[in-house]
Ligand binder design. Sequence first.
Ligand code: AMP
Ligand code: ZN
Length: 117
Amino acid sequence: MAGEPQADCLFCKIVAGDVPATVVRETETTLAFRDINPQAPTHVLVIPKAHHPDAASLAAAEPKIAADVLREAGEVAAEEKSESYRIVFNTGAGAGQTVFHAHAHVLGGRGLQWPPG
Ligand code: AMP
Ligand code: ZN
């Protein structure tokens, strides 16, 4: 069921504390932790604690929590002193999504090229 923890989901395991992560922020509905393979000096993932497969599904099912994720992405950037930053939601394997639990990549701390690859 939408929102329920999935036994085979890495990010649900991080939420449950079964897989360790370097947590930088936590709210009732979200968790923010450092990406294990950082692509920029600041590379933090912000996830809803509830399981939704991607950002658009999250927004359709739980618009308030989708807004919580975006607000927390901004809070992370502020804490990291990243005035300019990028929020990325890879959606679908062809776009590089490897974990099918919605997550915002917050990237900053260096110049970011546009357009992205
Ligand atoms: P995506 O490829 O957009 O689905 O993003 C998944 C991200 O999760 C990648 O950037 C991975 O480096 C990151 N990742 C995978 N395993 C972990 C982990 N155990 N802790 C933190 N980040 C992870
Ligand atoms: Zn999950």
